[in-house]
Design a protein around this ligand. Structure first.
Ligand code: NZQ
Ligand code: ZN
Length: 390
């Protein structure tokens, strides 16, 4: 195992009525001014907004709203939120939404307390913010990213066309009520769950020389995500399945699977840049990229891909070579993506621009190539992977 330090900053309240039950007590820990942040308005349609506002008012909080946080949140939106947080002297930033709202608020909470340009600090100077951010809470309305249980935020800087991970405020508390996710459209439930599966795979396929209990936990999360995603394909509102998917989502990105091991996350790097250029849905972009990426790298990790086929997809493979078994596992993943109705080609993504070879060249050339997967890609290989998805 790699050496590790594990520390957990987020208090989690899970289950039906978790906000009503726990938020009043939690809010007592923070000052009177709350910046209530949300996206394009889904919480106003499904009653979550009224419920949270009532709890905040009953707790005597002064509420300022920060609205319209878009999917794939931009750095410009972060600056808007930071200015609001400063002007209302927010004691707590309360993010109510999916990964996009939570991520935006993580950087808002850190940017509001400093004049330093955090993008420049993190991306160009490779330094972390030093000031203590405003306290952040997350009320999850869309599962998949696990953003509520980590300190990373994925932000798009539209000026330089880079979508990248930044590090700032981890939520001090997170409310996970599966009922709050029930109004999600099926396509978002599915793409969110695929994002969860991707996080577990990206961690599992990080370079690791030794067996590690984290790999066995990752296999359990992958199997559980697949099983429950299969249930919601036919029974979207199944509470047990939606609860499992919600906790799978948190488990895949709360650091537990990463304990004692290196991680890959190259498919995420490629998807993030694809998102920077096309504004595509994150989980859908990953669904297109993953099989092609794994077909490019699997020969560098045959035993791990064979184990994936056996332990995640249940392929016994007695009559197969290790290479055949590894390929069968990747095919099972590709078949599952099709079974879920997720996009399998780039042309099926709801891109804001036409996806041409020239655009893919720009996407490929702007991707980070990470060192801790089984094979470090070149930009030409990334272009090859993307071209195979056309
Ligand atoms: O904006 P509203 O109106 O709320 O609509 C949203 C949005 O259109 C809607 N929605 C959310 N909750 C709903 C609902 N609609 C009906 N009922 C509800 N209860 O869902 C749409 C998608 O929301 P969004 O937050 O964009 O989706 P997701 O949770 O998939 O987040 C995606 C973002 O998270 C980043 C992605 O890159 C992307 O920018 N990620 C963050 C990670 C992290 N911080 O750990 C890890 C991930 O790998 C990922 O990169
Ligand atoms: Zn993801």
């Amino acid at each position: 195992m790699q050496n590790f330090v594990y520390e957990y900053p987020t208090q989690v309240f899970f289950g039906k009525d978790a906000a009503k039950t726990h938020l009043p007590d939690v809010l007592a820990n923070f000052g009177p001014h709350v910046l209530l942040a949300y996206g394009g308005g889904s919480i106003k349609k499904n009653g979550v907004y009224e419920e949270i506002l009532e709890i905040l008012q009953a707790a005597g909080k002064t509420v300022t709203e920060f609205t319209g946080i878009m999917s794939n949140p931009t750095y410009a939106k972060v600056q808007e939120g930071a200015a609001l947080a400063r002007s209302c002297k927010a004691d707590l930033v309360l993010a109510v939404g999916g990964g996009s709202v939570i991520d935006c608020c993580k950087i808002v909470a850190a940017q509001a307390v400093t004049d330093v340009d955090l993008w420049d600090l993190e991306m160009n100077q490779h330094k972390a913010p030093v000031q203590t951010p405003i306290a952040l809470g997350a009320i999850v309305t869309a599962a998949g990213t696990g953003a509520e249980m980590n300190g990373g935020a994925v932000i798009t800087n539209a000026e330089v066309k880079i979508k990248a991970g930044m590090f700032a405020a981890a939520p001090r508390f997170a409310v996970l009520d599966p009922m709050y996710t029930m109004t999600l459209p099926a396509s978002q439930v599915i793409s969110g769950a695929f994002d969860t599966l991707s996080h577990a795979m990206e961690t599992y396929f990080g370079r690791s020389d030794q067996d590690n209990v984290s790999d066995a936990v990752a296999e359990a999360i992958m199997r559980n995500t697949i099983d429950n995603l299969r249930i919601v394909l036919h029974d979207l509102q199944n509470y047990t399945a939606r609860s499992n998917l919600m906790w799978d989502s948190a488990m895949a990105e709360n650091g537990i699977l990463k304990v004692g091991r290196l991680t890959d996350f190259e498919a995420h790097q490629i998807e993030h840049q694809l998102g920077a250029y096309t504004d595509c849905n994150h989980g859908q972009g990953l669904a297109v990229i993953h099989p092609a990426y794994y077909r490019c790298i699997f020969k560098s990790a045959l035993p791990k891909f064979a184990r994936f086929a056996r332990n995640v997809w249940g392929i016994a493979g007695q009559d197969m070579t290790e290479e055949q078994l590894a390929q069968a596992g990747i095919q099972a993943l590709a078949d599952f993506i099709a079974e879920c109705g997720l996009p399998t080609r780039l042309g099926q993504l709801h891109s804001k621009v036409e996806i041409t070879p020239a655009l893919l060249r720009q996407v490929a050339d702007s991707c980070n190539t990470l060192p801790n997967g089984y094979k470090q890609l070149t930009h030409d290989e990334i272009y090859g992977i993307l071209s195979a998805c056309l």
